[in-house]
Design a protein around this ligand. Structure first.
Ligand SMILES: Cc1ncc(COP(=O)(O)O)c(C=O)c1O
Ligand SMILES: N[C@@H](CCOP(=O)(O)O)C(=O)O
Length: 468
């Protein structure tokens, strides 16, 4: 399988190189040259199979011959062996024809673990084979950072630098990033928003001299392997509900657009997904775009679902590439307009193509709290604030006939203050994580400036200090 950039001007790469490359050198994101298809017989065989078996079937076509099948199978098996739930991503019914797909049974209680536990092992394997080291820099609005640290801590081939917006993540999220003592982990609190962190990261990738010197790699959803691993649970959930012989819809609490783009990929692969519904919080750039065709940046507001406090939605570029018929020049023009004038308007044809598959809706702060309280009262199910945005929007978009699955993206115990305020119940961290609330924190406070972050990374990365 080969990969091309959404901006059409970067080298075509195979899976292993895409994994280590991160952002394409033309500033774009890598996508497969063609979508692999799974036929109905193959999809129907997935129902009820162990998660790791489905993962192998879904991920293999994207890997091609870059990794031997027996190694891929082993890495997948190891990645999911440590999840708290035997099903890895169990499906819970909360109302007639309405389900939550719990994606938070990994080590950091967020959906990011599902991909990151696999990615950590995959990268380590490829770097070991090549005798190389990599410097991973990741931007986080709260969950990717903790999941990346957990997946890479203590590994000899990688150093991890996490950029998070100071004061804009929950205390549990912050402590997951600041309490690990491993030498290869560095948590940097930047005085800005997640969008600042992500822009700095992308600029670091575009600074080729720096990028090459530190062997920069990324584990945000910039990295195609993150998306691929997230495609798996769409197959797991849909086949449990009758696919391929029955359509299923999904509502996805969205920010950087990676998780819902994975649903779009599942559909391209042949999974009969009816609607893909984008749920946004107050930071509703994606919902506004679907309403008006204009992608326009406004300031970011801090909410009770901080991981979705994003306005530059990185993976939306991958959808634009598809909607514009894989025209890299058109994507380049839109991204240039975004850079110069903080927004762009999507042409009628591409917008129609996107509306044919996606819906979008917003959930404001009081609605998030009401949804947590109402869902608890009606079904006894405790939602985290991110998943609550999905449940609220899903209820507005469902036709009651096609099963609607909301992706449960985080465990409520990551946001105990918001959950308690909404419904009076304070969710407890699982016993094995409770220590983080007392452990000593270690972080570097830096201005949200590319030069400061690069200087810090350069000084502390082993790939630079010790050579590769
Ligand atoms: C808990 C939670 N929900 C939803 C999202 C949004 O997902 P995405 O950025 O893939 O759209 C995130 C962050 O990515 C998150 O951490
Ligand atoms: N919500 C994310 C933001 C980064 O998203 P990613 O999927 O691109 O890693 C977070 O919690 O960090």
């Amino acid at each position: 399988m080969k990969y091309v950039s959404t901006r059409g001007e970067a080298l075509v790469l195979d899976f292993a190189d895409v994994l280590l490359t991160g952002l394409a050198r033309d500033g774009g994101l890598y996508v497969p040259e063609a979508w692999p298809r799974l036929d109905d017989a193959k999809i129907s065989e997935m129902a009820g199979r162990p998660y790791a078996d489905v993962a192998f079937e879904v991920i293999s076509p994207f890997v091609g011959d870059a990794i031997a099948p027996e190694i891929l199978r082993r890495l997948i098996g190891e990645a999911y062996a440590g999840f708290r739930h035997e099903a890895v991503t169990p499906l819970v019914q909360i109302a007639p024809n309405s389900f939550v797909l719990e994606l938070f049974h990994g080590p950091t209680l967020a959906f990011k673990d599902v991909a990151m536990q696999f990615l950590g092992r995959l990268m380590d394997h490829i770097l070991t084979e090549r005798g190389e080291r990599a410097t991973i820099v990741t931007a986080t609005s709260g969950d990717t950072g903790g999941a990346a640290i957990e997946a890479f801590r203590g590994r000899d081939r990688t150093d991890v630098f996490v950029l998070f917006p100071d004061g804009r993540v929950s205390p549990v999220q912050r402590r997951q990033m600041t309490t690990p003592r491993d030498k290869n982990v560095h948590s940097l609190a930047l005085s800005g928003t997640f969008d600042d962190c992500q822009s700095i990261l992308k600029e670091m990738f575009n600074h080729f001299e720096f990028r090459d010197r530190v062997h920069l790699a990324g584990v945000n959803s910039i990295n195609w392997a993150r998306i691929v691993a997230q495609v798996v649970y769409y197959f797991v959930a849909a086949t449990a509900l009758g696919a391929p012989y029955r359509k299923v819809s999904f509502t996805v609490p969205s920010g950087n657009f990676g998780d819902i783009f994975a649903g779009f990929v599942a559909k391209r692969m042949g999974l009969p997904i009816d609607r893909l519904v984008i749920a946004t919080n107050t930071n509703d750039i994606l919902t506004r775009t679907f309403e008006s065709s204009a992608y326009e940046m406004r300031g970011v507001t801090a909410t009770s679902s901080p991981s979705m406090d994003i306005q530059i939605s990185s993976n939306f570029e991958r959808l634009l590439f598809e909607a514009y018929g894989r025209d890299g020049a058109a994507v380049r023009r839109l991204m240039e307009r975004l850079r110069q004038s903080q927004g762009f308007t999507i042409d009628d044809g591409p917008m129609r193509a996107m509306r044919a598959e996606f819906d979008a809706g917003r959930c404001l702060e009081d609605e998030t709290a009401q949804t947590i309280a109402k869902t608890l009262e009606k079904s006894g199910y405790l939602l985290d604030p991110h998943t609550a945005t999905g449940v609220k929007v899903a209820a507005e978009r469902t036709d009651g006939k096609v099963p609607m699955v909301v992706l449960g993206t985080a465990h409520p115990a990551k946001f105990p203050d918001a959950v308690e305020k909404a419904c009076g119940i304070r969710p407890e961290l699982p016993a094995e994580l409770a220590h983080i609330m007392n452990d000593e924190e270690r972080m570097e406070l830096l201005p949200a400036e590319q030069a400061s972050v690069e200087a810090y990374v350069e000084k502390n990365a082993r790939a630079v200090r010790e050579g590769v």
